[in-house]
Design a protein around this ligand. Structure first.
Ligand SMILES: C[S@@+](CC[C@H](N)C(=O)[O-])C[C@H]1O[C@@H](n2cnc3c(N)ncnc32)[C@H](O)[C@@H]1O
Ligand code: SF4
Length: 344
């Protein structure tokens, strides 16, 4: 399944009522529509300055817990059969979990069509890459916060630039054996690391990259790096984004980037988008961690997805949403970690 084609198709449909109609249909037919975002471990080996892992108080309170290997099978039974996609890693570092191969194998038995992993990559060795790829991982998403060593290691504290490059090399090699494996780069930018993107291909052309996502910095906590304003690069954004678009197209790389980074910074750091997918997120975006399972009242150990849906009149709500105006629909008020993007 090409998840990026699906994303493009979803972007083409602008009308939220049509989207809810489709979702309602998928739900009553018990089909796949969930994007499961799974943090198997709430910890990280790095201390990136834009990330809440530099907020000691937040880490102390929220970042604890590891999923039991013996629970993976039961977890999968709850709703993997309704999953369109499983993303391993979301708000923490998944490579600290030692059972990712098993998790992927289980997801495969439930025929989850797309499995990705979002990681800083620093803990992966060549054998890990081979094992994850052979188990059926469809995509590695590697996060980076600097094109050059100095910026990378400054903004990704405890990260190692040479290790990162070595792992990109391992994946590029593995892709020769497994052409279905995709490599995506997530570049979170701020006013200090944005301009070096002009040189991106000078440094990274040797790797076999399929997708690049540019993510504007969002305020996700009381972080060490705290300049969330993008005003100073609003003008240059257009030029550098176009350059990257052109260069990506030449290399057959899909670029995911917002059309504009203008936002009312007094109100929110959410960038403007014409897409209405965010209205659907409460119904499709299923976040799971050792501490939390999607909705507050859902105990996955004692209840099935079906009975939970029944108890909450799920299908009725989806149907009613077809007739609600955007104003009346509940909209998440901040960017989700995988917020909507414009595609080239
Ligand atoms: C929190 S990390 C968790 C997964 C994994 N540790 C990683 O870095 O890929 C998920 C994504 O959030 C991005 N990120 C970190 N700080 C951010 C910020 N302040 N605003 C937007 N995205 C951010 C990271 O670059 C990464 O792509
Ligand atoms: S962005 Fe990812 S790698 Fe960096 S500190 Fe946050 S969770 Fe860790």
């Amino acid at each position: 399944m090409d998840i990026y084609k699906l994303l493009k198709f979803n972007h083409k449909i602008k009308n939220h009522r049509i989207k809810f109609f489709g979702l309602w249909l998928l739900s009553i037919l018990n089909k796949r529509y969930l994007a499961i975002q799974f943090d198997p471990v709430l910890a990280c080996n790095l201390r990136c300055k834009m990330c809440y892992f530099t907020d000691d108080e937040y880490v102390k309170t929220n970042m604890k817990g590891i999923f039991k290997e013996s629970d993976l099978e039961d977890l999968a039974k709850v709703n993997f059969k309704n999953a369109l996609k499983l993303q391993i890693g979301c708000g923490a570092e998944p490579t600290l979990f030692k059972h990712n191969v098993k998790l992927i194998e289980i997801a495969k038995t439930f025929k989850v069509p797309y499995i990705s992993m979002v990681t800083n990559g620093n803990l992966l060795n060549n054998q890990d890459i081979i094992d994850l790829s052979q188990a059926g991982l469809n995509e590695f998403i590697f996060s980076m916060h600097g094109v050059f060593k100095e910026t990378y290691e400054d903004l990704m504290d405890k990260g190692n630039y040479e290790t990162f490059h070595e792992v990109l090399g391992f994946i590029s090699e593995e892709k020769k054996k497994n052409p279905n494996l995709l490599l995506r780069i997530n570049y979170t930018f701020n006013v200090d690391n944005f301009h070096e993107l002009k040189e991106f291909f000078k440094v990274y052309d040797k790797y076999s990259i399929d997708i690049i996502q540019l993510r504007p910095i969002d305020k996700i906590g009381e972080t060490t790096y705290n300049n969330f304003s993008l005003k100073a690069i609003e003008k240059d954004y257009e030029e550098i984004n176009s350059l990257l678009k052109k260069e990506s197209a030449k290399r057959n790389i899909t670029l995911l980037s917002p059309k504009t980074i203008s936002r009312n910074e007094e109100e929110s750091f959410k960038v403007k988008t014409e897409n209405d997918s965010s209205y659907l997120l409460p119904y499709t975006y299923c976040y799971v961690s050792p501490k939390f399972y999607w909705k507050d009242d859902f105990d996955w150990k004692t209840e099935s997805f079906g009975s939970w849906q029944k108890r909450n009149s799920w299908n009725k709500i989806l149907f009613k949403n077809i007739f609600l105006s955007k104003k009346d629909l509940k909209k998440p008020n901040r960017n989700m970690l995988n917020y909507s993007v414009e595609i080239n």
